[in-house]
Design a protein around this ligand. Structure first.
Ligand SMILES: [Zn+2]
Ligand SMILES: [Zn+2]
Length: 308
């Protein structure tokens, strides 16, 4: 009986968090599994290849980045408090809450867009981000397939402008609520845009991201089609920066990457750090048969023509 009372409160908090994630997972599965069967874009089994790895990513990417983010976010909040005149965030804090939330969603989206774009354009960042693009079939769960370093980097790009502009602040109630809301809305929309759904939004597609918009981001159809559609929710930001690609009646023929990647979770987490250990998977395909010394060279983002 005494053992019950001697449970470490931190362990109890982690157990509670895992329980909360299990509830969310059941909720997501209850919503998306029937929708992905009724409105499937591609025929797909529920228990498809790599589902266990993606389930592990679901817990990993929900728990680890939160822990890793706390220190840099505290440093950013401190730097903003120290170097930006207090009158500036005070003026923004006086805006109505609805306006601050709307501004935070757009500012966070632009920050995420650039973090995501850099993850494609800078080879060091692509090592981590390529794991997200390794999925050869898309469904809602692929949303969580991300290396923790990749998630931390894009989250920092998303949240830092909010702190600089006074839209988020650790010392006010509304200020600490807004980043949570931005992350929550983005995460829920992230599950939707990865889903294997054929839904389109017609004339509203340039305004709000659909699965079709993000599926083109995952295409492996060739250099002319990759490195498009970086925004998670607002496609007009891609239009603004010249990376929108959303044909009306065409779908990507295939997803994934040509570069070698470990087929297990531990290997995928270590690969970006240990490139010299990377060896191509056993295959007779010419594009996968590079020697291990070539592996580092092949781990660069796919290049694209700039046409839209
Ligand atoms: Zn990407
Ligand atoms: Zn994605």
């Amino acid at each position: 009986m005494d053992a019950l009372y001697s449970i470490d409160p931190r362990l109890a908090a982690y157990a509670l968090q895992i329980l909360r994630l299990c509830v969310w997972l059941v909720l997501l599965a209850v919503i998306f599994t029937p929708l992905e069967r009724l409105f499937a874009l591609h025929p797909k089994k529920i228990f498809r290849k790599a589902i266990l790895t993606d389930l592990a990513y679901y817990f990993l990417s929900s728990l680890v980045p939160t822990i890793l983010l706390s220190v840099p976010l505290a440093a950013i909040a401190f730097a903003v408090h120290r170097f930006i005149p207090a009158s500036f965030p005070a003026a923004v804090a006086a805006w109505p809450l609805g306006l601050r939330i709307a501004a935070a969603l757009v500012v966070g989206e632009i920050g995420f867009y650039w973090g995501h774009r850099w993850s494609h354009e800078i080879p060091l960042l692509w090592r981590f981000h390529s794991i997200h693009h390794s999925a050869e079939h898309l469904d809602f769960l692929v949303n969580t397939r991300s290396h923790p370093i990749d998630m931390v980097f894009t989250r920092l790009c998303e949240l830092t402008p909010l702190y600089i502009l006074g839209l988020a602040s650790p010392v006010s109630r509304g200020g600490s609520l807004i980043p949570v809301l931005v992350i929550l809305v983005g995460t829920i929309w992230g599950f939707f845009i990865h889903a294997n759904l054929r839904w389109r939004f017609g004339p509203l597609e340039w305004l709000v991201a659909t699965p079709a918009f993000h599926h083109w981001h995952h295409t492996n159809d060739g250099p002319a089609f990759v490195n498009k559609n970086y925004a998670p929710m607002l496609p007009w930001i891609d239009r603004l920066f010249g990376t929108l690609y959303l044909p009306r009646d065409k779908q990507p023929a295939k997803f994934g990457i040509d570069q070698p990647l470990s087929n297990n979770l531990v290997g995928q987490l270590l690969d970006p750090f240990l490139l010299w250990r990377k060896s191509p998977p056993a295959t007779t395909d010419e594009t996968h048969s590079a020697s291990s010394s070539d592996a580092a060279a092949t781990l660069v983002p796919p290049t694209a023509e700039t046409e839209n």
